[in-house]
Design a protein around this ligand. Structure first.
Ligand code: PLP
Length: 310
């Protein structure tokens, strides 16, 4: 058990760091992976996600950047912030590719209870007979309790690769000298996982799905923000910023800073996730807030649009 999924990320990066190793992270990644890898001097190699192919992993690109010092590939499924859910077929290909490269898969599944699209969630552990998989999870997102700080590192390893290579021992050693989640929550966790009623998730995910529909439609009125794929999961939507339509905006950070200053509206610049000139819009809020946000966005766009494009 870990103190939220964050401690799972910290632990795995620390365990895998060694002077020559490198790790494969997607270009759009939850920034903590990046921060810990930099902190622990683990070389980062970035692979691309393909926005026009349901944000699938560019498998050829992965093979091109991996070498004999590559230790693991990190995937995020459901993907924050893109909101896609990988198919069985794609995940199997990821497993086969990782096997070919001789690397493990670390699968961040922290959003697995936050799915409202048509693709069913397939745990990466399903493919553990092909490749050893470490699954990271927590209750922060599914149960909307980020402050409770309890999560886990799960080994999917029928061939005992993690045991024989010392990975399990290293994780245990590290967790032994780190703080634990609160004992009350450790005791409560089995009940939380096993006894939460299905309709709790259904209700929450229905609201998110309605918010996503509304946001996706409202974006059509803001031509400088283009969302390539309606999210099927998670609590945000990413949109590409078309700077050619705007008069005096340099990049995503400039866009977000001016929007905050002029309209009191905060969107997250893609730079934070490693993708310049994209923005992330949060949909995990009340409907009225989304409506209000789009009134402000429209006002901002109208003021900054190039005159010949109006
Ligand atoms: C993809 C991803 N992984 C991990 C985390 C961290 O989860 P926790 O709050 O359980 O530490 C987050 C939080 O936003 C996340 O988006």
């Amino acid at each position: 058990m870990t103190v939220g999924c964050c401690q799972g990320i910290e632990t795995m990066i620390q365990v895998l760091s060694s002077p020559k190793s490198n790790i494969l992270l997607s270009s759009l990644v939850y920034p903590l992976y990046h921060s810990y890898a930099i902190h622990d001097q683990l070389e980062i190699r970035k692979y691309e996600l393909l926005p026009d192919q349901d944000w699938e992993i560019d498998l050829q690109g992965v093979e091109a950047i991996a070498d004999e010092n590559t230790i693991a590939i990190v995937i995020c499924n459901p993907h924050n912030p893109c909101g896609n859910v990988y198919t069985y077929h794609h995940l199997k290909k990821v497993a086969e590719m990782a096997r070919k490269l001789g690397i493990m898969v670390i699968s961040d599944e922290v959003f697995k209870e936050t799915i409202y699209g048509k693709n069913p969630f397939v745990p990466m552990g399903t493919f553990s007979s092909i490749v050893p998989v470490v699954t990271l999870g927590s209750i922060s997102k599914g149960w909307l309790v980020p402050g409770w700080r309890i999560g886990w590192i799960a080994m999917n390893d029928p061939n005992n690769v993690f045991k024989t290579t010392g990975v399990v021992e290293s994780i245990k050693d590290l967790l032994n000298i780190s703080p634990d989640p609160s004992t009350i929550l450790q005791f409560a966790l089995p009940n939380i996982l096993e006894k939460t009623k299905k309709d709790y998730f259904e209700k929450k995910n229905l609201t998110l799905s309605q918010n996503v529909d509304m946001t996706f439609d409202a974006l059509k009125e803001i031509p400088c923000l283009v969302c390539p794929k309606k999210p099927e999961s998670c609590t945000s939507l990413v949109a590409k910023l078309d700077l050619s339509l705007l008069e005096d905006i340099r990049d995503d950070v400039d866009f977000c800073m001016k929007l905050a200053r002029e309209e009191n509206l905060v969107l997250l610049p893609g730079e934070v996730f490693g993708m310049n000139n994209w923005v992330r819009i949060s949909i995990g809020v009340e409907r009225s807030m989304i409506e209000d946000a789009f009134v402000r966005l429209k006002g901002f766009f109208t003021r900054h649009v190039k005159s010949q494009t109006t």
